[in-house]
Design a protein around this ligand. Sequence first.
Ligand code: NDP
Length: 308
Amino acid sequence: MIQCLILGSGPAGYTAAIYAGRAGLSPVVYEGLQPGGQLTITTEVENFPGYPDGVDANEMMDDMRRQAERFGAEIRTATAVKVDLSQRPYTVWFDDDTTEQCQALIIATGASARFLGLADEEKYRGQGVSACATCDGFFYRKKTVAVVGGGDTACEEATYLAGLAQKVYLIVRKPFLRASQAMQDRVMQNEKIEVLFETNTLGLYGENGVEGAHLVHRKGEADERRYDLPIDGFFLAIGHKPNSELFTEWLKTDETGYIITEPDTPRTALPGVFAAGDVADPRYRQAITAAASGCKAAIEADHYLKTL
Ligand code: NDP
């Protein structure tokens, strides 16, 4: 029986493991599908306190992992595929055909990139369609790419890609960017980036991988214009979906799927079950806020376990 089982290995999961380990709870962390979490698909982290010169995201996650291990956390590589939260101890099934029971469960499964829902995104996945500029940008050196989205992620990805590609189009559905002013400025000042406002993607085309996108400018307006834009790569940066599917039978979520916790705590309605990080945070979604909620979850788990 595991005392404190943690699902997820982003800043929330590892911080929970550090605190739970130091509290003597012998935590077991399951890394899940993306060890190190979403941060590992970005480049540099500049806004995590304590790193005045920024830090490589993978390096930061390796450090968190080692810090968790130092306090006795056991890190396992499997992914949870099913849970039974109907009774205590709680049961979790994993994709390596193992099953575990636990007294306390910390859900820190994060969120995943969203896609537009076009059939062509599936058709060309891995052949020109990507949701991670840092992972795949390398393949587009001196080529032409498009990034979809107008938030901080889209601006960051467009700027990153501009360092590799010859030309970057930023496809934005509204007449303005939603990103922070600093990120907007970075995009606007980069001569390799061209922002296509009020533009939507209808589909992709190409014989061997993506060769272009079918776009529409001012869809539904009198001056609507449809055209094809030749590109070699199509990057999605339109937000994320919380990885909460396994738990929706047992826990309340909002309409997007974010797990609802008691205000200002990671406590869910089920005793001993806590939700930390992006899976429960539609608002802030930062590494530092995820880490903070992982800390709170471990403290709550410790309190809970002492009542048993
Ligand atoms: P956001 O939700 O902030 O932005 C999503 C963008 O995608 C919006 O421009 C949205 O358009 C657009 N979009 C959504 N759905 C579609 C669609 N179907 N078709 C076309 N466009 C679409 O997500 P981000 O991932 O950018 O950011 C998430 C959070 O993380 C934010 O709080 C952000 O500030 C933060 N972040 C911070 C960073 C940093 O500080 N370095 C880096 C990256 C993210 P619309 O505006 O029309 O809704």
